[in-house]
Write a protein of this length. Structure first.
Length: 302
């Protein structure tokens, strides 16, 4: 049977005075004086019943220190609350009630609670908290290294969006590879955008609403003459259209005319601006080479 260790009364008083007047915690005093923390808590509990003379000042005082007691009670309440919420989260985690994403989120919340408690009570070791709460000790000591890399990626994304605010993740990956000689996976770009809340401007499909009354065939008296017509020879039916493309950081517009019979481009024109001159120049070039067609069909007034 182990012998009960007997401490010197002077050492007891020094430990108690260090906790009450020097601001040492129980764990710090336990390390400094080589006394088990349970013995210190026992001395503090006995402190409230008998008056003891201060070994430093020689004054007699009552040992019921309300501030210390309230501090210990507050620590106990916070630890109980931490243990209760952590036990609930871990029980759900172990019982397989949650999905994979919910499990990961639940574990992160639990780790955040334990870290918050450790920040308020730095005298409590993380290893002890890990043992009490049942969370992995390595998770409490883990410091993520990906954050610094994500910040660099974020700055690169923001700089690219300043040049072109309409780039999505895949187009931005291609843009960086072509113009910046930077290889960056579109999945990483999407993850960093979501992490830092970066939003991209999107083109609207139809920025304007056409008045269907003005475009009504009966109102205008104009019908689609080539809707049921099949081209039978060259210059029978032409179709016009335009598109835009990005070249070396600048947008260009291209208007084209196609012969529906030969399927060849009979005229085209390139311009930096989407104006009336874009389509008229393409038509004039086509007429100067192939002559006038019988029908010219344009989509939505191109």
């Amino acid at each position: 049977m182990a012998k009960l260790r007997v401490y010197d009364p002077i050492l007891k008083q020094q430990v108690i005075d260090a906790i009450k007047y020097s601001g040492l915690s129980v764990s710090q005093a336990s390390k400094q004086y080589g006394v088990h923390h349970k013995s210190i808590y026992f001395w503090l509990s006995k402190e409230g019943t008998t008056p003891v003379t201060n070994s430093i000042t020689g004054q007699t005082r009552n040992k019921s220190d309300s501030l210390l007691i309230s501090k210990l009670q507050q620590e106990n309440r916070e630890l109980k609350e931490l243990l209760g919420s952590t036990h609930l989260d871990l029980s759900k985690f172990k019982k397989n009630i949650l999905s994979d994403s919910a499990k990961k989120s639940s574990l992160q919340i639990t780790l955040s609670r334990v870290r918050d408690y450790s920040a308020k009570h730095p005298e409590t070791k993380l290893s002890r908290l890990a043992k009490i709460t049942g969370v992995p000790k390595s998770s409490l000591y883990y410091k993520p290294t990906q954050t610094a890399k994500d910040i660099i990626t974020k700055e690169l994304i923001v700089q690219t969006l300043v040049q072109d605010p309409f780039l999505g993740s895949k187009r931005m990956s291609d843009h960086l590879k072509v113009f910046g000689n930077i290889t960056l996976n579109h999945k990483k770009i999407s993850r960093v955008k979501q992490l830092f809340g970066i939003q991209v401007r999107y083109h609207k499909n139809n920025p304007y609403k056409r008045d269907r009354g003005l475009c009504d065939v009966k109102t205008l008296g104009i019908e689609n003459l080539v809707k049921e017509l099949t081209p039978e020879y060259p210059n029978h039916i032409w179709s016009s259209d335009f598109t835009y493309l990005l070249f070396k950081g600048n947008w260009y517009y291209v208007a084209t005319l196609k012969d529906n019979f030969t399927k060849e481009i009979v005229g085209w024109h390139l311009s930096k601006h989407h104006t009336e001159n874009l389509t008229t120049q393409a038509f004039q070039k086509a007429v100067s080479v192939f002559g006038k067609p019988i029908y010219l069909h344009s989509d939505q007034g191109t």
